[in-house]
Design a protein around this ligand. Structure first.
Ligand SMILES: Nc1ncnc2c1ncn2[C@@H]1O[C@H](COP(=O)(O)OP(=O)(O)OP(=O)(O)O)[C@@H](O)[C@H]1O
Ligand SMILES: [Mg+2]
Length: 505
C-alpha cells in the first residue's frame, strides 16, 4: 500500500471535513436576455423569492429577486434601478436574510422599501432584529372589533365610526384631499403609533407630505415608508409589505397602530407590472389574476391580534380613475375591506373639505361599536342629507313649496349646518366625544321645541358633558365647551340647540 506523504494527508482530511458539513454549493447563472424590466438567466436552480446579485463590470453589483421560471430559464427583477447590464453577466445566488431592527427608534424615521433610511439620519440600528416574513394569526384567535378608535376627524368619528382593528378603503380620484386627510389622522388620532406607507406617489409628494402635511408633530408619532413612482416595481411592493410588517411588530407589542397606505392601487399596479413582465396573461383592465390574490394577502395582515394584543386599524387609499368607482381594484378592495369612505370631487369643488361623501360611505363595524342613540343620530344625519339630495333639483328651481312636507322642510333648514359639520380645517382636531356631542347638536331641527324633546336633550347633554369631562380629566384634551365654533355653528347653536346650550352653561 502506498504511503501518502503528510501534505496530501492534510488536504484529504480537509476534504473529509468539508464533506461532513453537507454543503452543496449553488450553481451560478448567466444573464441571457433582458425584456423590459425582466431579466432572464440560465444555469440557476433556486426558488422563487430568492435574492441574487448580478455582477457588472467595474466591481458593480445589482440585487435582484427571482420572480418566476420557465423550463431552465429563471426570471429575475432588480430591486433598484439598474444601468449597465450586459449579456452573460454572472448571477450569484445570495443568502440575504430579510430583517429589520425594530423598536421605538423607528418613530420619526423615513425608510425606503428595503428598510434603508431616506432621511439622512443615519442607519436604523438596534439589537432586536425582526424577520420581515409576515406573522400569521389564526382567524379564530383574532380579537373582535369592539372599540372605537378616535381618528380626530369629526365626520368619521361620528358618522362613520372606525373600530380598532378595522380596515377601511379611502376611495377618491386625484387631488380631492386624500393626503391631507391621512396627515390629519396621523396628527390627531389617539392611536399609539402611526405607520404611513407612501407607495407609488410622485417623488415630490413624499417630501411635501412629510414637511407640510405631517409636520414635525405628526412625524414624531409616525414611521414613514416611501417608495415613489420611479422606484422599481419590486421596491414598491416591498414598501407596502415593510410598512405592514412594521405595523405588525408594534401590534404584537400590544400597541394600537394606525396604518395608512397611500395607495393600494399603486401596490396593485406594481404587482401588475411584475406579473405581466413574466408572462402572466392580463384579465380585467390589464390586471392579471394574481393581483386580485395579492390584495387580500396584504390587507388581511391588518386587524386585531389575539385577545390582549394590540390592533392595526388600516386605511388604504384606492384611486378611482376618472372618479370611476367600478374600477376593478376599487371593486376588489371594497369587497374585502370592512368599510369605505368616498371622497367626492363635487364636494371638493364646492370647497367642502374633507370632501367625504357621507351617503356613499359606510363603516361596516359601526353598529357593533357604538350605542343605539349614536347610531340613530348618525342615521338621522344621513336621512337629512339624502332627503335634501333627492329634492335638490326641485328646490333649486323653486318648484318646492315650503310646508308641503315637514321632513323636506327639516332637510332644507338643516342643510347648511350639515355641510358645516362635515367641514374641518387642516389644523383642527375633533376628538371622539366632541364629535358625538356636535352631531347631537346639528341634527336637531329648529321647529322641534316641545318640552319632552327639550328634557331628553338636556338629559343627554348632561350625560355627554359628564362623559366629556371624565375623558378630559383622563386625557387632558379640551372639552367641547372650549371648542372654537365657526360663526355658522354658533348661529346654529343659538338658534336651535338651546336646551343643550342651557345644559352646558
Ligand atoms: N381639510 C382641508 N382643508 C382645506 N383644504 C384642503 C383640505 N383637504 C384638502 N385640501 C385642498 O386640496 C388639495 C389637494 O389635497 P391632497 O394633496 O390631499 O389631494 P390628494 O387626493 O392626495 O391628491 P393626489 O391625488 O394628487 O395625491 C390641497 O392642496 C388643499 O388645497
Ligand atoms: Mg396625495
Amino acid at each position: 500500500m502506498a504511503v501518502l506523504n503528510p501534505p496530501i494527508l492534510q488536504r484529504l482530511k480537509k476534504y473529509q471535513h468539508f464533506e461532513a458539513l453537507d454543503v452543496h454549493p449553488e450553481p451560478q447563472g448567466r444573464l441571457t436576455r433582458l425584456v423590459g424590466l425582466t431579466l432572464e438567466a440560465v444555469g440557476l436552480n433556486i426558488s422563487v423569492g430568492r435574492q441574487c446579485k448580478i455582477i457588472l463590470g467595474n466591481k458593480r453589483e445589482v440585487e435582484a429577486e427571482v420572480v418566476g421560471f420557465h423550463n431552465d430559464k429563471t426570471f429575475l427583477m432588480p430591486v433598484q434601478k439598474v444601468e449597465g447590464l450586459q449579456p452573460g453577466a454572472r448571477v450569484v445566488p445570495i443568502h440575504a436574510h430579510k430583517n429589520l431592527s425594530m423598536g421605538d427608534h423607528l418613530r420619526g424615521r423615513i425608510l425606503n422599501g428595503i428598510g434603508q433610511p431616506l432621511d439622512g439620519l443615519g442607519a436604523v440600528n438596534s439589537s432586536s432584529k425582526v424577520d420581515l416574513e409576515p406573522s400569521t394569526i389564526n382567524p379564530l384567535h383574532r380579537h373582535p372589533i369592539d372599540q372605537p378608535l378616535d381618528v380626530g376627524i369629526r365626520a368619521i368619528n361620528s358618522l362613520l365610526t372606525v373600530g380598532k382593528g378595522q380596515r377601511i378603503g379611502l376611495f377618491a380620484g386625484s387631488g380631492v384631499g386624500k393626503s391631507v386627510l391621512l396627515g390629519m389622522m396621523t396628527r390627531f388620532t389617539t392611536a399609539d403609533i402611526v405607520v404611513v406607507g407612501l407607495i407609488g406617489e410622485r417623488g415630490r409628494e413624499v417630501k411635501e407630505f412629510v414637511d407640510h402635511i405631517l409636520g414635525k408633530d405628526g412625524l414624531t408619532k409616525a414611521v414613514v415608508v416611501a417608495a415613489p413612482a420611479d422606484d422599481a416595481p419590486l421596491m414598491r411592493l416591498r414598501a407596502a409589505q415593510l410598512s405592514t410588517r412594521i405595523a405588525e411588530y408594534f401590534r404584537d407589542q400590544g400597541k394600537n397602530v394606525l396604518l395608512l397606505m397611500d395607495s393600494l392601487t399603486r401596490f396593485a399596479q406594481a404587482q401588475r407590472e411584475i406579473s405581466l413582465a413574466i408572462g402572466e396573461p392580463p384579465a380585467t383592465k390589464g390586471y392579471p389574476p394574481s393581483v386580485f390574490s395579492k390584495i387580500p394577502e396584504l390587507v388581511e395582515r391588518a386587524g386585531n391580534a389575539d385577545k390582549g394584543g394590540g390592533s392595526i386599524t388600516a386605511f388604504y387609499t384606492v384611486l378611482t380613475e376618472g372618479d370611476d368607482l367600478q374600477d376593478p381594484i376599487a371593486d376588489a378592495s371594497r369587497a374585502i375591506l370592512d368599510g369605505h369612505i368616498v371622497l367626492s370631487r363635487d364636494l371638493a369643488e364646492e370647497g367642502v373639505y374633507p370632501a367625504i361623501d357621507i351617503e356613499a360611505s359606510v363603516s361596516r363595524v359601526m353598529p357593533n361599536i357604538v350605542d343605539e342613540g349614536h347610531l340613530q343620530q348618525a342615521q338621522k344625519f344621513k336621512q337629512l342629507l339624502a332627503r335634501y339630495r333627492a329634492n335638490k333639483d326641485l328646490i333649486a328651481i323653486g318648484a318646492y313649496a315650503t310646508g308641503s312636507d315637514a321632513n323636506i322642510d327639516a332637510a332644507i333648514e338643516r342643510q347648511p349646518f350639515l355641510k358645516e359639520f362635515i367641514m374641518q380645517k387642516m389644523s383642527e382636531s375633533c376628538a371622539y366625544l366632541q364629535s358625538r356631542q356636535q352631531l347631537q347638536g346639528v341634527i336637531q331641527p329648529a321647529s322641534v321645541n316641545n318640552q319632552q324633546q327639550a328634557a331628553n336633550t338636556e338629559q343627554n347633554g348632561r350625560q355627554l358633558n359628564t362623559q366629556v369631562q371624565n375623558t378630559q380629566q383622563q386625557t387632558g384634551r379640551p372639552s367641547n365647551n372650549q371648542l372654537q365654533a365657526s360663526p355658522l355653528q354658533k348661529q346654529a347653536r343659538q338658534k336651535n340647540a338651546r336646551p343643550l346650550a342651557r345644559s352646558r352653561s
